[in-house]
Design a protein around this ligand. Structure first.
Ligand code: ADP
Length: 341
């Protein structure tokens, strides 16, 4: 598909270049022929007005000037044809290069989209296949007891919940990618973090997690709900990827680049091999903890998307067995303020 698009775009660029080149060649030809005619007429007049000496009768004839003009035109045309052939070669190479450059970002976006659809379909198929197998086995069992049927339904419900979580994750990702429904206002970071903590209340309670917040409040221009979601994702991970009582330390400070929020946990950590990939969609580090916790590897990509909508930056560092640190940098004020004047 991209090969034929590249060829078509190359031909279009080449067509435009050659049309311009031929247009200027035509103008150049007209101008050169005009100059040639003027030169020859001047020469002719000179010879006609010059005194004629006896014995010197071979002055150029009318025919001679026509020949000169025809010869001159031929030479101009040959030169222009050669020039246009060189331009055709150079423009061909240049057009191909430009066509590749124009189509490359579209090709990459399409590749990412295809990969995303394939990953999403794979993730959707796994719980669906599990449910289908369980239901088929149960239906084939002629002596299925009520208690077994109930257990079966419970297991199905679990899979349905997973599917629902996946659908919600995908929806959140696409919503944040499109920057839909964001309303920028000046928001207090401390308030945002406290709100995320409140919303994570039951998860924290169940895991016996505690949260320590340090630093002074900073007001940043951002979307309140998205920022609360961002911290909920980081807190959820800090709890999920912890084998003992999670302690989450948060430091809020102001730096040259804006607001700096560090979320530090004492969890299992992330190995160096996995660390560069944790923000990729559907990436899950290959740890036993990841295998036993629910998730689809969408949380951190949603977090990254939220930060990118805010023109900020999110990075991760970790020491396996000690814990992980996620650093969020947010500009205090957006460059092109999205707030009403
Ligand atoms: P999910 O948690 O659904 O798997 P995420 O995108 O939130 O997806 O995280 C991607 C992966 O990064 C996780 O599967 C986990 O392996 C790793 N990870 C994320 N946060 C932490 C953390 N705080 N501690 C250890 N590992 C983490």
């Amino acid at each position: 598909m991209f090969k034929s698009a590249t060829v078509r775009l190359t031909l279009a660029y080449l067509g435009i270049s050659m049309a311009i080149s031929l247009f200027f060649s035509f103008i150049l030809y007209q101008a050169a022929v005009h100059e040639l005619q003027v030169g020859l007429e001047r020469q002719s007049r000179f010879f006609q007005e010059a005194p004629k000496f006896p014995g010197f009768s071979n002055f150029p004839t009318e025919n001679f000037y026509d020949q000169q003009l025809a010869e001159g035109k031929k030479r101009i045309i040959i030169n222009l044809v050669y020039t246009n052939l060189i331009i055709l070669g150079l423009a061909g190479a240049g057009s191909y290069f430009l066509a590749r450059r124009t189509l490359r970002p579209i090709e990459l976006a399409l590749e990412a989209q295809t990969r995303f659809s394939a990953d999403a379909s794979h993730e959707l198929r796994t719980p669906l296949t599990a449910m289908q197998t369980e239901i088929e086995v149960a239906l084939r069992d002629k002596n299925l007891k009520l208690s077994d049927a109930k257990a079966q339904l419970e297991s199905n419900l679990e899979e349905v919940q997973k599917l629902k979580n996946l659908a919600e994750g995908l929806l959140a990702l696409s919503r944040h990618q499109a920057g839909q429904g964001v309303a920028f206002t000046f928001v207090s970071l401390i308030r945002i973090i406290e709100e995320a903590e409140v919303r994570m209340g039951s998860v924290f309670k169940q895991a016996g997690a505690s949260l320590n917040l340090k630093g002074h409040d900073i007001q940043v221009e951002g979307d309140k709900e998205s920022l609360i979601s961002l911290f909920m994702i980081l807190f959820d991970n800090a709890v999920k990827y912890s084998s003992h009582k999670p302690i989450i330390n948060i430091a809020v400070e102001e730096s040259k680049q804006g607001a700096l929020i560090r979320v530090i946990d004492n969890g299992i950590g992330i190995d160096a091999k996995s660390l560069p990939h944790v923000f990729e969609r559907f990436y899950r580090a290959d740890t036993s903890r990841s295998k036993h916790t629910s998730g689809y590897g969408l949380g951190l990509s949603i977090a990254k998307q939220i930060v990118s909508v805010h023109k900020g930056e999110i990075t991760a560092s970790s020491t396996p067995g000690i814990g992980s640190e996620f650093t969020v940098k947010l500009p205090i004020k957006q460059k092109q303020s999205l707030l009403p004047e």
